[in-house]
Design a protein around this ligand. Structure first.
Ligand SMILES: [Zn+2]
Length: 419
């Protein structure tokens, strides 16, 4: 054997050994069943994250920096949160022509702010997904995924053409109503100050029926969080595609009018939909004393700054609000990850693993001990692993189910346009 041959054999042995150890390493990574490893392998989606009107326009709302917001790019990175539905939220006001125009303007500004993040400022870090396949592609590229959603169908006023307009701007689900009835349907929480009766439309209005049909046509998911039970049941029936509850809790565990009872949950699931449990203390556990303290603070800060009592967006900017909330949280502890995952467990047992997901409602009042911003997202996976959920189950809960529903909504839209 020549020296050269020995060298060749050695080289080959080394290469083979390296390849074998690499393969073994890949295999052991796949077999690593720690919560951390599972969390890294599954695509994690938060289906409801609010943004400010000043989002991306003011330094304190610059998502590329560590900010006071509960979701920004550094926190998503740290917490292994891969994707979020960024919500164009517009609060309900009195239904006047002037207010419809203002609602649209507010909505458009928020759409533009999200596009500024994904198209201009941080396109290297986060991409806007317009469909479920695109969401998975961006994720595989190693970038974060942004999806746009609308909270409160009020932003279309009485102009049905705005459904397609907002779809073209990127909106992929629309919560039909918020607090207070609108022209589409009844809210779970009517607003007396706008003259709301308990049930203005008895569920979905005639205009609302057209809106749902238009959402089906363009491919926008119908979101039934916040709406009355009648509206919810009718909307799920009317929609030709499965619906979602983008951020709702289990009413049996927390008797809030905005949570879903067992019958509603089953109805949603029977129609192929998905319920995204929400990490918002008030919808996880009922604490009347805490709620009273919260109401009192809201009234006090609103009066101090001449704001509407439910103008959370501006209230949240006020130092008295921030301080007051800290004190309330100290006196009446917010919910924990365990209490939140109790809702997940309940839903999985009642309606099955294929119909359950999670949402934070961050920067819209959401946040609990252990998942108080996006950087703590691993804690959810840890709790799920501790309760015996498999990786496959966890992938479904963290967004797999929601992507499936989104794909079905797209399919229905394609069928309608093919006709
Ligand atoms: Zn909400």
């Amino acid at each position: 054997m020549t020296y050269e041959t020995i060298c060749k054999i050695n080289k080959l042995t080394i290469i083979t050994a390296v390849l074998m150890s690499l393969a073994a390493c890949g295999e052991s990574q796949q077999n690593d069943s720690t919560a951390q490893a599972i969390h890294e392998r599954v695509m994690t989606i938060d289906s409801h994250v609010d943004i400010s009107s000043d989002y991306t326009y003011e330094p304190e709302f610059d998502p590329g920096q560590m900010t006071d917001m509960k979701v920004d790019l550094p926190k998503m990175e740290k917490g292994g949160l891969d994707a979020a539905f960024f919500v164009v939220y517009v609060g309900q006001t009195a239904r006047t022509e002037e207010n419809y125009a203002a609602a649209k303007k507010d909505a458009v500004r928020k759409f533009e702010a999200i596009h500024r993040m994904t198209d201009d400022l941080y396109s290297d870090q986060i991409g806007l997904a317009r469909g479920p396949d695109e969401a998975r592609r961006i994720y595989k590229e190693g970038r974060k995924v942004a999806i746009i959603a609308i909270e409160n169908g009020y932003v279309i006023g009485k102009d049905i053409t705005l459904v397609e307009d907002y779809y073209n701007r990127g909106a992929r689900y629309m919560t039909l109503a918020h607090n207070g009835h609108n022209d589409i349907c009844d809210s779970a929480q009517p607003k007396e100050k706008f003259g709301d009766s308990p049930a203005e439309h008895g569920g979905v209005s005639a205009f609302g029926e057209q809106v749902i049909a238009e959402m089906n046509r363009v491919g926008m998911m119908v979101d039934i969080s916040h709406v009355s039970k009648d509206c919810m049941m009718q909307a799920v029936t009317l929609s030709r595609a499965p619906a979602i509850a983008s951020h709702s809790g289990v009413r049996t565990l927390a008797d809030h009018p905005r949570n879903l009872d067992d019958g509603q949950m089953k109805f949603l699931a029977d129609h192929g939909g998905v319920m995204q449990l929400v990490a918002y203390t008030g919808f996880i556990k009922i604490d009347p004393v805490r709620s009273a303290a919260f109401e009192a603070l809201m009234k006090e800060v609103a009066a101090l700054h001449d704001l509407a009592e439910d103008d959370y967006e501006n209230l949240e900017k006020m130092p008295e609000w921030k301080q007051g909330l800290l004190e309330i949280d100290k006196k009446f502890p917010i919910a924990t990850v365990r209490e939140f995952v109790d809702h997940v467990d309940y839903a999985v047992k009642l309606i099955g693993i294929d119909h359950v997901g999670v949402s934070s409602d961050f920067d819209g009042g959401g946040g609990i001990t252990g998942w108080n911003d996006a950087s703590e997202s691993l804690n959810i996976t840890e709790e799920l692993v501790a309760r015996g959920y498999s990786e496959q189950d966890i992938a479904k809960i963290w967004g797999g189910n929601l992507l499936r529903v989104w794909a079905e909504v797209d399919k229905v839209a394609a069928t309608i346009s093919a006709k």
